[in-house]
Design a protein around this ligand. Structure first.
Ligand SMILES: [Zn+2]
Length: 113
């Protein structure tokens, strides 16, 4: 719920900055490894958007696969739950480069032209 609320805080901030009465769409990406779960977020948005400028907004959530880099072999995709995050080919430690963050990609405002 806290994640959904902070996304809405960002969206409402943008809306008031641009004098927009309504939010048409919010697109965000969540990493598999970010701790955010798409189904819970979908649910939280449905609950939170009632009686707000986002009440009719479409909310699109893209899940970003966990991706890491092995210093030896290059880019590899990891399975979630592979907590050791070692390379399956050479066993080296991996550095996570994607799938860890949550980002708001864009907010589509209805500026009521
Ligand atoms: Zn490797």
């Amino acid at each position: 719920m806290a994640i959904a609320q902070s996304v809405f805080d960002i969206a409402f901030g943008e809306a008031s900055k641009h004098g927009a009465a309504k939010i048409r769409k919010i697109k965000l990406s969540i990493g598999e490894f970010s701790g955010a779960v798409k189904d819970s977020l979908d649910f939280a948005f449905e609950v939170l958007k009632k009686d707000t400028p986002a009440s009719n907004a479409e909310i699109e959530i893209e899940v970003i696969k966990l991706k890491a880099v092995c210093g030896e072999c290059g880019e590899v995709e990891c399975r979630l739950g592979d907590l050791k995050l070692s390379c399956q080919i050479c066993g080296c430690e991996l550095n996570i480069i994607a799938g860890r963050d949550m980002t708001v990609d864009y907010i589509d405002l209805d500026e009521g032209e």
